[in-house]
Design a protein around this ligand. Structure first.
Ligand code: ADP
Length: 536
């Protein structure tokens, strides 16, 4: 028997229209290249997004056609997030931190028809422009520099369209956005999001036990809009009518803290590297910024050590750990305190907050052991984290090579090794390719790194496997010490011996100036292995 409910597709159009009517006066603030602030309202944002949609239709961009963005976080990017899907197009956000060759490859692979690029990123565009063949390049002016010949000002393109945009009918499963994985191994792979997956993800992300967002909030995504939809925050904030603040190209700690203060931001999100910088700034200049009294920040993308949560608590800022990946839109888990753990000791509560948390509603996970069997939820049986759900990729876009990312029974293989405890808290112990296997046992590089980063003199630490004749592999730690601090390998070894099983403690420590980073700001184990092999 069919229900008597209306059959209406889940579309981003409804999020736009609601913002334009319910939240017409709520502000969207963007920091431009010269640090001046551009301000307008959701009413204006939606009007311009619809004009973009109309201009694209007039330029004969069709349903399913890709329009690429090479942009920082700002209002035009938000207009692209909504305006391109509104006319049936696909907003392909391109990661500006990739190598120029990779960017060209991605744009060609996605067959992007139009490219929207920030004027401050034109030097990057120049590096790959001869390798791509897009019909139009629209330049967003974050400065007042003139637009080079042959390219078109975004504003001029918008001016070509009138106000009469009518949303075309769309299937809720139609593509609305697209993002390539960073391709740390092999070529990047295209993940295509649908209207339906994006709307469901946004509703879920807003829930109190996930990111807990409402129209009373002011949200500043540090996480770039060119990587996994800025964790969906621009969609979530527009859905619920939260004020949005975009940092533009200025992501250094002091600029961010200035902006948090100026706009009274109470919700932010980013990778641990960003928060490490913020901590340093707050530690050295504790009285400089008058931050919102209940500022909270979501951290994800790589592990945030417990010591970081504690240090932020010391500044009155709550850090909430979440886990996800390009293929999962990205929200998979978030670490909130369930009733079952609220009565535990403070240390145990911290331990739960330092996990990646429990599974989002409408998403299922399992931990697959080496033996091909799901592992018990006992907090120590390890295996590969596998996930399925409405906003989890079931395939990649036009993949030419074979891929083993999806199981025959319909789960995404995340490539992360994890445990899950009886309360449902998931701990990521490693990526499959980073795990250290010593004497037949797995050593978690993440656990070692987090413990090392708990030492007061350690700024950063990353651990990789080094081949070993006797044990197969042994951990090798790369450590960056705080400015002015002195550390010996023996001190670190003794520190770890008090906190970890002896056989897991690295024998060797290398002190370096900085841990190499990936294009998304994570520790690059690949580059670190190369570096350590050379310095070894
Ligand atoms: P890439 O690292 O290739 O850019 P993603 O951005 O999609 O790809 O990263 C996804 C991966 O990031 C996850 O598979 C996991 O290894 C790691 N990750 C994400 N969040 C966390 C977290 N809170 N703790 C530990 N690892 C995390």
């Amino acid at each position: 028997m069919q229900s008597t409910m209306m059959h209406r597709p889940l579309l981003l159009d409804e999020i736009m229209e609601r913002a334009a009517t319910e939240f017409a006066d709520i502000e969207v603030v963007s920091q431009l290249a010269d640090k001046s602030l551009h301000r307008y309202t959701y009413g204006e944002m939606v009007a311009r997004a619809k004009r973009l949609a109309q201009a694209l239709l007039d330029a004969r961009v069709g349903h399913g056609d890709r329009v690429a963005t090479l942009c920082w976080n700002h209002y035009v990017h938000l207009e692209a997030y909504f305006g391109i899907p509104a006319m049936g197009g696909v907003c392909h956000m391109v990661n500006i931190r990739l190598a120029a060759d990779d960017i060209a490859w991605i744009i060609n692979h996605a067959e992007d028809r139009i490219l929207i690029v920030d004027d401050v990123l034109l030097p990057l565009y120049d590096q790959f422009k001869d390798q791509i063949d897009v019909e139009k390049v629209l330049v967003v002016s974050l400065t007042d520099q003139p637009v080079p010949d042959g390219l078109e000002r975004f504003e001029d393109f918008l001016a070509t369209a009138g106000d009469g945009f009518i949303y075309p009918d769309k299937d809720e499963n139609a593509a609305c956005g697209m993002c390539y994985t960073s391709g740390t191994t092999g070529r990047p792979k295209g993940v295509v999001y649908s209207h339906r997956s994006t709307v469901l993800h946004a509703i879920t992300a807003a829930l109190p036990d996930m990111l807990d967002l409402s129209y009373n909030d002011t949200v500043l995504p540090v996480v770039p809009m060119f990587h996994v939809n800025a964790w969906g925050l621009p969609y979530v904030a527009t859905l619920i009518g939260a004020k949005q603040v975009f940092p533009g190209p200025h992501l250094d700690a002091e600029s961010l803290l200035d902006l948090y203060t100026a706009e009274n931001v109470n919700v932010s999100a980013g990778v641990p590297t960003i928060w490490m910088g913020i901590l340093e700034a707050l530690d050295t200049q504790p009285d400089r910024w008058a931050l919102h009294p209940s500022l909270r920040m979501t951290v994800g993308g790589s592990a945030a050590p417990e010591s970081m949560l504690r240090r932020f608590d010391g500044h009155g800022i709550e850090l909430i750990q979440a886990w996800g990946m390009t293929e999962t839109s990205p929200l998979g888990t978030a670490a909130r305190l369930k009733p079952s753990v609220q009565k535990l000791s403070e240390d145990e509560r911290y331990a739960r907050r330092a996990t990646v948390g429990s599974t989002a509603p409408l998403v299922q996970i399992r931990i697959m052991g080496d033996d091909g069997l799901p592992q018990p939820r006992d907090g120590h049986s390890m295996g590969e984290l596998q996930i399925r759900g409405h906003w989890i990729a079931g395939d990649y876009y036009r993949l030419e090579t074979s891929d083993d990312k999806f199981t025959a029974d319909g789960w995404l293989r995340t490539g992360d090794i994890a445990t899950v405890d009886a309360d449902g808290y998931v701990t990521i112990t490693d990526r499959t390719k980073d795990v250290i296997k010593s004497g037949g046992e797995w050593i978690s590089s993440v656990a070692l790194e987090n413990t090392l980063m708990g030492h007061e003199d350690v700024a950063e630490a990353a651990v990789v496997a080094r081949p070993d004749d006797k044990w197969g592999e042994r951990p090798l730690a790369a450590v960056v010490v705080h400015d002015g601090a002195q550390l010996e390998a023996d001190t670190l070894r003794a520190y770890l011996l008090e906190r970890m099983p002896k056989w897991q403690v690295p024998d060797d420590y290398v002190f370096i100036d900085a841990i190499p980073r990936t294009s998304t700001g994570k520790f690059s184990k690949l580059d670190l292995r190369r570096l350590l092999l050379e310095t070894d």
